[in-house]
Design a binder for this molecule. Structure first.
Ligand SMILES: Cc1cc2nc3c(=O)[nH]c(=O)nc-3n(C[C@H](O)[C@H](O)[C@H](O)COP(=O)(O)OP(=O)(O)OC[C@H]3O[C@@H](n4cnc5c(N)ncnc54)[C@H](O)[C@@H]3O)c2cc1C
Length: 346
């Protein structure tokens, strides 16, 4: 029998064999598996934000398959306590169908509930941190199961304490606080508001928001679809750079005839700009790369895709080439969004 590889468990379909693979389908089995495993340990759920080396993983991979959702009402809000292995998008679909607002703009994101706090998943103006009311975690530093307040998770743009200290935390369950409302919260993402025919800042019916988000995402290859080769990716490969005012002014200076780089003010006074804008103006077009290996998606400059015969080495090489091109053209450092396992950056 062929040795199983982690490519079978990642959306990029990349990654060599693990030394050992354990499946955990209950919370207690998950805690026991992680406690007993020797280092190194890799937690893997949907495999949609992982880039795993061609050599595989020289330790124990714990594959999370826990299930269960408990619902209760508290202080006018609906609390959903959800096991880590529950798939994310069906949870969003259920919330929307039940008239619960808070996660509708996060429709169509692949992966698991337990991974959603790891990089504080976000899309179309919403971030999951805004609805997380609590987390149950295993802290591998002390081996204890703990209930964490959301403040302890240090949520930031595509980041959290869990992502910043890899290997320490296992998210066992997440509690979301949703509001019973027919309309979504204010829609701040211009492209989404336009698609729904509302002004930015207005709300729209939950089901319509979900459908509009799914439509926009499909157009960018950002919904996993076996019929869409552009969805064989880890989503956006680079985060949007956040620059201080001086660095943003330098970027504007270097942009010259390319026009003004997109400018999204952050609450801390810094400025977020668009990685896709920088990549496109550094000469990388959709489809760039190897049509039978690793190439930029034909629908979205930010996604690197495996066209079937790619390798992780080839993927990381293309990512480095793009980052070097952007560094040379604009002096801005791009950082990968997915978690690299067995590969170094830059
Ligand atoms: C087509 C596509 C579109 C995407 N669109 C978006 C998007 O719009 N917005 C966005 O934010 N992301 C997006 N992503 C990225 C990805 O879907 C999310 O980051 C998702 O939350 C990853 O979930 P997962 O279960 O697949 O995690 P995995 O890939 O299995 O793991 C990701 C990381 O989290 C860790 N991890 C996973 N589960 C746990 C746990 N329970 N406890 C501790 N650590 C854990 C892993 O060790 C790893 O470091 C997209 C990906 C794809 C393929």
């Amino acid at each position: 029998m062929a040795e199983p590889t982690l490519a079978e468990l990642t959306t990029l379909r990349l990654g060599g064999p693990p030394r050992r693979l354990l499946d955990a389908s209950t919370e207690s089995a998950l805690v026991a598996a992680v406690r007993e495993a020797d280092d190194p340990v890799l937690i893997l759920a949907g495999g949609s934000n992982l880039v795993i080396a061609d050599d595989g993983f020289p330790g124990t991979v714990v594959h999370i398959g826990t299930r269960g959702i408990e619902q209760r009402e508290e202080g006018g809000r609906v609390l959903l306590e959800v096991q880590a292995g529950e798939p994310w998008d069906p949870l969003v679909a259920r919330a929307v169908a039940d008239g619960l607002s808070g996660v509708e703009c996060l429709s169509g994101i692949p992966g698991s509930v337990g991974a959603s706090p790891i990089q504080n998943v976000g899309a179309y103006g919403q971030e999951v941190a805004a609805t997380i009311a609590g987390l149950r975690v295993l802290d591998r530093a002390g081996g204890q199961v703990q209930e964490l307040e959301p403040e302890a998770a240090g949520f930031a743009y595509r980041s959290s304490v869990f992502k910043r200290t890899p290997g320490r935390w296992v998210v066992l369950a997440v509690t979301f606080a949703l509001e019973r409302r027919e309309l979504s919260g204010p829609l701040h993402y211009a492209e989404l508001a336009r698609a729904l025919g509302v002004r930015p800042g207005e709300g729209a019916p939950l089901a319509e928001v979900r459908e509009a988000v799914l439509g926009l995402r499909r157009g960018k290859g950002m919904v996993i679809d076996p019929a869409d080769p552009d969805s064989v990716s880890a989503g956006s490969f680079f985060t949007n750079p956040i620059l201080d005012e001086a660095a943003f002014a330098r970027l504007e200076g270097r942009a010259g005839e390319d026009g003004r780089p997109p400018r999204f003010p952050e609450p801390d006074g810094r400025v977020k700009t668009s990685a896709a804008w920088l990549i496109e103006r550094s000469g990388f077009t959709r489809g760039y790369g190897n049509p039978e290996g690793i190439a930029i998606s034909s629908k979205h400059t930010l996604a690197l895709t495996n066209r079937g015969g790619g390798t992780t080495t080839e993927l990381v090489a293309l990512a480095r080439e793009i980052a070097a091109g952007v560094r040379e053209r604009f002096g801005v450092e791009l950082m990968p969004e997915p978690v690299l396992v067995g590969e170094r950056w830059p």
